[in-house]
Design a protein around this ligand. Structure first.
Ligand SMILES: NC(=O)c1ccc[n+]([C@@H]2O[C@H](COP(=O)([O-])OP(=O)(O)OC[C@H]3O[C@@H](n4cnc5c(N)ncnc54)[C@H](OP(=O)(O)O)[C@@H]3O)[C@@H](O)[C@H]2O)c1
Length: 205
């Protein structure tokens, strides 16, 4: 399978993501960003995150896969999975899918993701659910930063600073360090071409 699995999440400075079953920051620009990236694709979520949506309804214009351990659970417009492997098996080859939370589901799917798109809201709010701190995890590196921006009047928590940070999984280099996959591959190619050039010099000379 060549499907691309990514996670998308909005965190506060302490990586808090939710309280009492709800989000902790209101930011409509972030909602639009979420829709822009996930629309037309598959989204994977936990049953509690589904219940947090208006009317407990799935996200429109997306295929919704919902995890639950309840064998009786059904909901209109939802594909139900009872285990991580079962959810992964529902993905088509080459398709792009997004893990959209919450904390329990992010934690279990993170090892299967190659990219995490994080909205960093620069504040700390009361929270009971957290995303793993990727800045302290050598398995992930920042690939791009878009922002900072400020929540505009009428768009949620007015005045709050935020940015979109994309993390990509990095290859371990075997020396305890880690480097982005492309740099590591470039380094190998550089060494390889040096060896080839030396051999060509010897043959020529
Ligand atoms: N800031 C953000 O970007 C963001 C995004 C999404 C959610 N959130 C917040 O996160 C909170 C919800 O997160 P949460 O961790 O409490 O719940 P969750 O991950 O949304 O859902 C947990 C539920 O998923 C099911 N589940 C989990 N792992 C499973 C597995 N391996 N096999 C089968 N079923 C499995 C279970 O459902 P059953 O109980 O039915 O068995 C479990 O109770 C809310 O506050 C929400 O607002 C924040």
């Amino acid at each position: 399978m060549n499907n691309k699995l990514s996670a998308i999440v909005a965190v506060c400075d302490d990586w808090g993501i939710g309280l009492n079953g709800d989000m902790i920051v209101e930011n409509r620009a972030d909602m639009r960003h979420f829709v822009r990236l996930t629309k037309g694709h598959t989204v994977i979520m936990g049953r509690k995150t589904l219940e947090s949506f208006p009317g407990g309804r799935p996200l429109k214009d997306r295929r919704n896969i919902v995890l639950t351990r309840d064998p009786e659970f059904t909901r209109d417009g939802v594909a139900v999975a009872h285990a991580v492997d079962e959810a992964l098996a529902l993905l088509d080859a080459d398709e792009e899918a997004w893990v959209v939370g919450g904390a329990e589901v992010y934690r279990q799917f993170l090892p299967h993701c190659t990219c995490v798109v994080v909205t960093k809201n620069h504040c700390v709010r009361a929270a009971d659910t957290f995303f793993p701190n990727l800045d302290e995890d050598h398995g992930w590196a920042v690939a791009s930063v878009d922002g900072p921006y400020t929540v505009e009047p009428g768009q949620g928590d007015e005045g709050l600073a935020y940015e979109f940070v994309t993390y990509e999984r990095v290859e371990q280099d075997g020396t305890g360090g880690a480097s982005p996959r492309s740099s590591w591959a470039d380094a190998v190619l550089d060494v390889g071409s040096t060896v080839v050039n030396s051999v060509l010099d010897m043959l020529a000379g």
